[in-house]
Design a protein around this ligand. Sequence first.
Ligand SMILES: [Zn+2]
Length: 111
Amino acid sequence: MKSNNTFAFKKDQYRDVRGGHSRFLKITCEGCGAFLGIYQKDGPGHLRRMYIDRLHTSHIQVGKEASCPDCKRVIGTKIQYKKENRPAIRLYVDAVAKAIISANEANKHRI
Ligand SMILES: [Zn+2]
């Protein structure tokens, strides 16, 4: 029987304007190594901001700032990305580590 709880990419206009190519990133805290979440990165380029709607799983504490729940290190600032009127976390340099993972791997981190 096919599992119906596998992670699937969100497909919408945001993904389309970035070329329709996505991957899952496992996000960890650069300070303490804690698992922070699974993020869907659409399109090419560096990860400078994380859109809230693309966090499939998240332990990140988000207020005005975003921080690691374990070591409390601030990883970024909550912003409204004006071009798309879309809430996001603007990441500080070297705040998080990211690794590309498969949908199967992403599914193991489901909460
Ligand atoms: Zn941490």
